[in-house]
Design a protein around this ligand. Sequence first.
Ligand SMILES: [Mg+2]
Length: 240
Amino acid sequence: MLTAVVFDADETLLDLRPAVTAGLVTVLDEMRRRTPDAADVTLAELESDWGAVFGELSAAPVLEIRRAALARSLARAGLDDHLDEIAALFFARRFALTRPFPDVPPTLAALRTRYTLGFATNGNSRAERCGLAGEFAFEMYAHENGLPKKPAPEFYAAVVATAGVPAEQIVYVGDSWEHDVVAPRRAGLRSVWLNRYGLPRPAGLTPDAEVATLADLPMVLSELATGSADRVDVGIELGG
Ligand SMILES: [Mg+2]
């Protein structure tokens, strides 16, 4: 029996990448407006600043990682003292443009009639700021109420406790193999890997199901729940 479906946010429900890129374009425009020293700074450099700080800060709140990346970007043009204002511009743009993928609203509407829906993220995409207000029975954000980041086992234990049903009745759905498939399974949940871009499936573990679009989720969950399939693949070309 399946009673709860819990979703990862970024790149699963929310099309984050275009919003982040637009936010960085805004930052670059503002840097150039403020100083000629930013004339040679590129968008690629701003994008690379996230990767440059992520390793050291991966356990930190996403807001903090983004501020560190922006600080690095501003230092490229001697704008170190302008972090607060320019970070505010970035986040305003990023949240204004972060919206659900087109398959999300109809899928949530279809699932809501049968399952408790949850939202559980490592990131800072607040559901209400990203076009998903009121869609979920519960929302969980890492670093709030002591919640550690995925893939900490305590993250999934908190999901189970919040859902209020046994772990095996919960399906976790997400795009990250490590965070949304491997770690939830280790915690006793079931998992559906959302593979929007046809990536090769990593070795070692088989998810309960793999889908290329969330539109297939209602059917896949029905099949899993009724035990008509040990696992389900939809829209996936195997063996390629
Ligand atoms: Mg994700």
